[in-house]
Design a protein around this ligand. Structure first.
Ligand code: PMP
Length: 387
């Protein structure tokens, strides 16, 4: 009889040999900086793209507005039981109003939203067509659903067009799934083209994950759908609150009938304790300020353009059109070594390895932040080619 723990040790040893073993890093935070192993580093690995999570003044103003009665650190139940505090209704009303949509529904996380919504809406006579590079939470959502699913080549409208032409009439519904701004490549989906394809068929729905674009893109920071003028054409517009919005949780913008259906069918919505109401209040607080944060968005855009230009000048290939800048390395162990090198130079950049990214495409993922200085950017640029 084999010791049931042995296979775990073997699996860990294999990951280690491939350079893919993950361990929890220890770090202390101080605004945009992070301290680890006695070193102070600019944090270029978080999703605090606008620097709002690091903004002490923003937090202080919010805390000053709270009373002990408002400061509810627990919902104490799911929203369908007693956990539906007014803070959730206020947040959802504000979100729906901001998007000019019929309704919004808040989830405990983006992972919950993606793994919950897809199985709830896609049945065995449905087909999901997902971009090849969508996030793990969307893949898990597809796996949990009883629908058939296929992947189209990354951002390849022609491939999607062919798959739709071949399959649409054989299924009850087809759901096109994409991220708007891809988390690991930093490039963007051709949303208007996806909308055009969807509109060719009466039974096709569009699901867009705006996790890395919410707060950042479009005149009011609502995301790429706002930027590309297609909010109203997207059936499920999902955004996360734990990234640029500096809070926690996620939301979907949708028609009222969809919201009512989701409330009745999404298991990670029904069978879980709701987020702490104070988090919903904080999200509402940030949401109120986001549309006016054009300056921070412009700053981030300017920094990103500057770095991408510098990479082009040094003939370093990079697919990004945004503030997420991947530096392709390939080998996992080499990517870790180079990340450690960047860290020694004061930039907390981490290696992203398989299975988060496809095999052989380990990379350094630089998440730019609006609150970094010009000097920090210039220094970063000088270090990159010396990696
Ligand atoms: N979608 C995408 C594209 C993501 O990158 C992430 C998180 N990295 C999620 C969903 C999950 O969101 P959350 O962290 O709120 O669970």
């Amino acid at each position: 009889m084999e010791n049931p723990y042995d296979y775990m040790q073997t699996a860990l040893d294999e990951l280690s040999a491939q350079g893919n073993l993950r361990i929890l890093p220890h770090a202390l935070h101080e605004g945009r900086y992070l301290y680890a192993a006695g070193q102070k580093m600019l944090n270029l690995s978080s999703n605090d793209y606008l620097g709002l999570a690091a903004d002490l003044e923003l937090r202080t103003r919010f805390l000053e507005s709270l009373t002990p009665e408002d400061f509810l650190p627990s919902s104490s139940s799911s929203r369908l039981l007693t956990g539906n505090h007014p803070a959730f209704d206020e947040l959802e009303t504000a979100l729906a109003r901001l998007y000019g949509a019929e309704s919004a529904l808040v989830f405990n996380s983006g992972y919950d939203a993606n793994t919950g919504i897809l199985p709830a809406i896609a049945m065995q006579d449905d087909l999901i067509l997902a971009d090849k590079l969508v996030h793990a939470s969307l893949i898990d959502g597809m796996r949990l659903s009883r629908a058939h699913w296929l992947r189209f080549k990354h951002n390849n409208v022609k491939h999607l067009e062919r798959l739709l032409a071949l399959n649409a009439s054989n299924y009850r519904h087809v759901i096109i799934v994409t991220e708007s701004l891809f988390s690991m490549d930093g490039d963007e989906a051709p949303l208007r083209e996806l909308v055009r394809l969807k509109q060719l068929y009466p039974n096709v729905l569009l699901y867009v994950d705006e996790a890395h674009a919410f707060g950042l893109r479009g005149p009011r920071g609502l995301g790429c759908c706002e930027e590309q003028g297609c909010i109203g054409e997207v059936d499920f517009l999902m955004g996360t609150l734990g990234k640029a919005a500096a809070s926690a949780g996620a939301f979907v913008i949708c028609r009222r009938v969809i919201r009512d259906y989701l409330v009745n069918h999404v298991r990670p919505f029904i069978f879980t304790t709701a987020l702490p109401p104070v988090i919903a209040k904080w999200s509402r607080h940030v949401l109120h300020l986001l549309p006016e944060m054009g300056e921070r968005r412009q700053r981030l855009d300017q920094l990103a353009r500057h770095l991408r230009r510098a990479l082009r000048e040094q003939r370093i290939k990079c697919p990004s059109t945004s503030h997420i800048i991947p530096l392709l390395i390939g080998d996992s162990a080499e990517a870790v070594r180079r990340a450690e090198d960047m860290q020694r130079r004061g930039f907390y950049v981490r290696a992203v390895r398989p299975p988060t990214v496809p095999e052989g495409t380990a990379r350094l993922r630089i998440s730019l932040r609006a609150d970094m200085t010009d000097e920090e950017m210039e220094q970063l640029i000088t270090y990159i080619p010396k990696m």
